[in-house]
Write a protein that binds this ligand. Structure first.
Ligand SMILES: NC(=O)c1ccc[n+]([C@@H]2O[C@H](COP(=O)([O-])OP(=O)(O)OC[C@H]3O[C@@H](n4cnc5c(N)ncnc54)[C@H](O)[C@@H]3O)[C@@H](O)[C@H]2O)c1
Ligand SMILES: [Zn+2]
Ligand SMILES: [Zn+2]
Length: 392
């Protein structure tokens, strides 16, 4: 079968791989009908995530039709069309029973972190869904997202695998309340759905910060007030717009943040000190993140005092540095982590079904899986791509 395979930093290729087989009684084999490229795949692509090994099939946003089931699969059957959460959940461990789906204790045979598809040895080393077929373990847990008859296209529901729930999670852990002003950093796919979700939760105003006009225009279409940080200092602008009160902050960027502001920025100098980076943990020692703490620093200045800073953007431990002083002084709380997709995606599906939200305007490209290596280059440049979907 055809699959998108990681070969090394900035090198992904379509390879011929063996079709996966049932390995455990609760496995299913899914024929992938649509799959997407995520900002998280770019961290792997850059060779910046510990435990990324050549040969792995990437992709954790996918859906498809069940072609084969193991003997202990009872909740789904051959022919069902399902959207698969990117977290792999056993459904029975303490964490799954408490709906902490992103930290399942039994899905990852290689460590303590909850497993994900297509995402490094540390998260289990499972092959991903940018392929014609994928093995889905613990498949009884994916029954919740069978695609209903009323859904006509994959594109309406594909992003329930990750970025819609992740955007919602960003707003949820920030505890966005009716009447709040919210600042969402990053207008990529996760930022887009964090803006949408903040409005769903009743935000009064949402500021969307990025520097790519095509991406900012998408969040503007959702009603956000856009700030291009190449032209304007987001801290000054948001402080002014909120009469000094500040906003609830969501980081939809992560450690690959770039940082430069119109006035030269107001960045703590620790952010440019790369000496503490532990490059031995990653496969691309040449990589230097541009300014990994840029967004964290902005948020620590602009967050409404006593609020919770929300960080769905990924931070890789090889690049950790931290402004604890501001957090302490302004009594900010932080919540972050992988989205527990199953916590949100049924309700979000219902919003799509009844027409309250429509994720499809985000898609800028639909491409054949054969073109995936090219798609990684285009999405990595960000300028013209807002979301790319593959058809295997
Ligand atoms: N927590 C989770 O479960 C989860 C799930 C999906 C994605 N993610 C993470 O969320 C982040 C965003 O994902 P995406 O798919 O939208 O990625 P993306 O790379 O497409 O978008 C990131 C955006 O951030 C912008 N940006 C860079 N520096 C900035 C700055 N200083 N201020 C404002 N914007 C800035 C970029 O221009 C880009 O548009 C990534 O780190 C990804 O790994 C986390
Ligand atoms: Zn993703
Ligand atoms: Zn579990």
């Amino acid at each position: 079968m055809k699959a998108l395979v990681y070969h090394g930093p900035n090198d992904v290729q379509i390879d011929d791989k063996p079709r996966p087989n049932i390995q455990s009684p609760e496995d299913v084999i899914l024929r992938v009908t649509s799959t997407a490229l995520c900002g998280s795949d770019l961290h792997l692509y850059h060779g910046t995530v510990q435990g990324t090994e050549p040969g792995q099939i990437l992709g954790h946003e996918f859906m498809g039709v069940i072609e084969e089931t193991g003997p202990e699969v009872h909740e789904v059957k051959i022919g069902d069309k399902v959207v698969i959460p990117f977290n792999i959940n056993c459904g029975r461990c303490w964490f799954c029973r408490h709906e902490l789906w992103s930290q399942c204790d039994r899905s990852n045979p290689k460590g303590e972190l909850g497993a994900s598809f297509g995402y490094t040895q540390i998260l289990g080393g499972y092959d991903g869904g940018q392929a014609e077929y994928v093995r889905v373990p613990f498949a009884n847990t994916v029954a919740a997202l069978k695609v209903p008859e009323s859904i006509k296209t994959d594109e309406q529901v594909l992003f329930l695998s990750d970025i819609i729930p992740t955007g919602y999670f960003g707003a949820d852990i920030a505890n966005v309340q009716p009447g709040d002003d919210v600042a969402v950093f990053g207008a990529g796919p996760v930022g887009y759905f964090a803006v949408m979700s903040s409005f769903l939760r009743g935000a009064a105003r949402v500021f969307s910060v990025d520097h790519w006009p095509a991406r900012l225009n998408k969040t503007k279409d959702l009603g956000a007030e856009i700030i291009n940080f190449d032209n304007q200092d987001p801290v000054e602008r948001i402080k002014k717009e909120t009469n000094g009160k500040g906003a609830i902050c969501i980081d939809a960027v992560g450690y690959e943040a770039v940082g430069h502001t119109a006035n030269g920025g107001n960045i703590s100098n620790s952010t440019n000190n790369n000496s503490r980076h532990d490059h031995s943990r990653v496969s691309n020692p040449a990589y230097e993140p541009a300014n990994p703490l840029q967004v964290i620093n902005w948020m620590c200045q602009i967050a409404r005092k006593y609020s919770t800073i929300s960080i769905p953007g990924v931070y890789g431990s090889a690049y950790d540095q931290f402004p604890l002083g501001q957090l302490f002084n302004r009594e900010l709380q932080i919540r972050l982590g992988q989205c527990p997709v199953k916590k949100y995606n049924e309700q979000l599906l219902h919003l799509i079904e009844v027409g309250r939200i429509d994720p499809t305007p985000l898609i800028s490209h639909t491409m054949n899986l054969d073109e995936a290596p090219k798609a990684y280059e285009i999405f990595d440049k960000k300028e013209h791509a807002t979301k790319i979907v593959f058809k295997p």
